[in-house]
Design a protein around this ligand. Structure first.
Ligand code: ADP
Length: 541
């Protein structure tokens, strides 16, 4: 005899998260930075704004399943769109405002956006691509600033204030599309991922637990809301009733540090390059980061030295996390396991992270054979789970999936406790004389040198070894460091075979639209001969 569950199957929707935060946390706050004084609202006001926005979008003709794009920084209006658009049954498409005009045109057209909400500060970018986006029927400008060629477009404030703060949210299927996001295309063309209400709901619960967000937190999300839904934190934070501190476009280290100090920020998240810049700023300008209790850094490998420096100089705990657009993004978080000593704790903290419950993860070799979790066997990481994509939007990409598992494009190992260590992106792997050299490890070790500000390592063709590493290094101001010295420094920390012979000292590492090292651009600069490369004699092997 089978027994049926007696549980209700109420759908897991963003609408229900939205309702919960509105009714339980009405007094939690949203502060947005601007040219003038900080704008302050509470959740009750934001919820009213979301209802007015839904009504305004309906008046513009938006119906269930229609796509509403946003080209905006982290601000209150963007949060209102996050809540309103999926809850009315439409699909929120967060557009990356750092894409090139061609890429932006591609994702707007490919996504099928009918209305776009755009910050006045980035209106010229949209104006430039709009003539090539025939499906866009309406543009709505957020904020009071000049909107250049979009000067005639509707204004967000006028549109929403003409509506009543009432909206009859429809009953939605939890599997319905809620929002979409394109990968930033670090290693290829952008690909669209469409999240469902269910996936966002489940991810929000997982993120709450794994990131240990608390009701009394004041969150400064530096990661943009156009980068994987700001790692899901707008939804998690709304559900938990935190206070949001929205940096809008004021993302310079000095401004971020001032905001942390003035707003009493307790929790922040961002990519390593941003936290590296903040660290350097605080080294030069005495700063008080003592309100922060937790910083989560991910999106690229986090150098251990960065974590150590924040702990030593600011008593601040950095936790590394791993994820991708395709995984909503949370896949692994590097919280050390219980019962480990302080040195071992650092080992775990500097790994990529421990698999979060709800995500299944395995590694497979070149032939697709699944490898053991022994901390040594290396292969491509594959994942599946209720907030992991099983396809791409209007792009079958069968090569990105393996028996229903997503091929992440990341290479690494997993140990018996489920701790992942990413050694490279598959496309960045350096294969030298049949052996893998981890560019991530080389970069982390180089960035541990006191004279190095940033370092990116790429594979370049080599007659004898097929490929060898080229170290591209940005030195701290006036640091008189030579390649010989860096090579000697590395020799104590990595296998001899890994030691780069080729060195290039550059002013800046090119960055992608989400502030990661752009190795595609570095490889192109090497190929066209525009990098000045210093070659050391090959080390004895
Ligand atoms: P893109 O691939 O275009 O950068 P995403 O923002 O989705 O787009 O990035 C996901 C990728 O970022 C992962 O596949 C991985 O390569 C990298 N990544 C994210 N977090 C980490 C981490 N903690 N360590 C190493 N790599 C990471």
């Amino acid at each position: 005899m089978t027994i049926d569950s007696t549980m209700s199957e109420r759908p897991l929707t963003i609408t229900s998260l939205f309702r919960h935060g509105t009714s339980v946390h009405g007094q939690s706050s949203v502060a947005t930075l601007g040219d003038g004084p900080v704008r302050r609202s509470d959740f009750t006001q934001v919820a009213e704004g979301a209802k007015r926005l839904a009504a305004a979008l309906q008046r513009l003709g938006i119906r269930r399943g229609d796509v509403v794009g946003t080209l905006a920084w982290n601000n209150q209006e963007h949060l209102e769109a996050y809540l309103a658009v999926p809850s009315m049954g439409a699909v929120l498409h967060t557009l990356n405002l750092r894409l090139s005009p061609d890429q932006l045109t591609f994702v707007i057209n490919h996504g099928g956006d009918r209305v776009i909400l755009v910050d006045a500060s980035v209106a010229p970018l949209l104006a430039a691509v709009l003539p090539r986006c025939p499906a866009v029927e309406h543009v709505v400008v957020i904020g009071e600033g000049e909107a250049g060629a979009l000067g005639e477009a509707a204004r967000y404030n006028e549109l929403v204030s003409a509506e009543e703060p009432r909206f009859a949210w429809p009953e939605l299927d939890e599997r319905a599309a809620a929002s979409m996001c394109y990968t930033s295309g670090t290693t290829g063309d952008p690909k669209g991922v469409v999240y469902s209400h269910r996936s966002v709901f489940l991810h929000s619960l997982a993120a709450w637990g794994q990131l240990e967000l608390r009701n009394d937190d004041r969150l400064l999300a530096i990661v943009p809301m156009f980068h994987v839904n700001a790692w899901g934190l707008p939804y998690t934070g709304w559900m938990v009733g935190i206070d949001f501190v929205m940096p809008d476009r004021f993302l310079q280290p000095a401004s971020l540090v001032r905001t942390i100090e003035e707003e009493g920020v307790t929790y922040s998240v961002g990519v390593p390059t941003v936290w590296n810049a903040i660290l350097r700023h605080t080294d030069a300008h005495p700063s008080d980061l003592s309100s922060l209790r937790r910083v989560v850094v991910g999106g690229a490998a986090v150098p251990r030295t960065l974590m150590e420096a924040f702990r030593e100089r600011h008593g601040l705990e950095i936790v590394q996390a791993w994820g991708m657009t395709e995984t909503s993004p949370l896949g692994a978080v590097a919280l050390p396991p219980k019962g480990v000593g302080s040195e071992e704790e650092w080992e775990y903290r500097s790994m990529t992270g421990r698999i979060v419950p709800g995500v299944e993860l395995r590694i497979a070799d070149d032939k697709g054979e699944v490898l053991p979790w022994d901390g040594k066997s290396a292969g491509e990481i594959e994942v599946r789970g209720p907030w992991v994509t099983a396809a791409y939007h209007r792009d079958p990409a069968p090569d990105r999936f393996h028996d229903g598992w997503l091929r992440t494009g990341d290479a690494g190992t997993v140990d018996h406790r489920g701790f992942v260590r990413i050694t490279d992106r598959v496309k960045d792997v350096i294969k030298s004389g049949g052996e893998w050299i981890s560019s991530v490890e080389l970069e982390n070790q180089l960035m541990a040198h006191p004279g190095v500000a940033e370092a990116a390592v790429i594979g370049v063709p080599d007659q004898r070894w097929d490929e060898r590493p080229l170290a591209c290094v940005v030195l701290k101001e006036a640091a008189p460091v030579t390649p010989e010295e860096l090579s000697a420094f590395l020799a104590e920390r990595v296998p001899r075979l890994w030691l780069p012979e080729r060195w290039s000292f550059i002013d800046k590492i090119p960055k992608t639209s989400v502030d990661k090292f752009d190795k595609k651009a570095l490889r192109a600069r090497y190929a066209e001969g525009s990098l000045v490369v210093n070659e050391l004699a090959r080390a004895e092997r």
